[in-house]
Design a protein around this ligand. Sequence first.
Ligand code: FES
Length: 106
Amino acid sequence: MTGPVWVPTIDDTKVREGAYAAVFPMGLGVLLVRVGGDLFAIANKCAHMGCPLEGGKLEGHVLTCPCHDWRFDVRTGALLDAPELAVATFPLKVEDGKIHVRVGEE
Ligand code: FES
């Protein structure tokens, strides 16, 4: 990869309040999450054993992994019980009605 790039994904309207949608910018598994009107982008891969976080329960800003119930804050990616562990988060922006995710950061 040549460095960070903004990748258009799905329409802004496709991510409902209190819900998430899985996207694959440049083949990377990312969950777009909307809470309190704000959007967040986190890796769709648990920091424990790599299960997809898709299918997990979202309560407020907390997303629970469907495999073994590790809980992550979607704002930071941090594991609630041990914040030194985290899943990756990605910058995002909405342009022309589409959510763009920045991928390729070190
Ligand atoms: S893989 Fe997510 S909690 Fe184990």
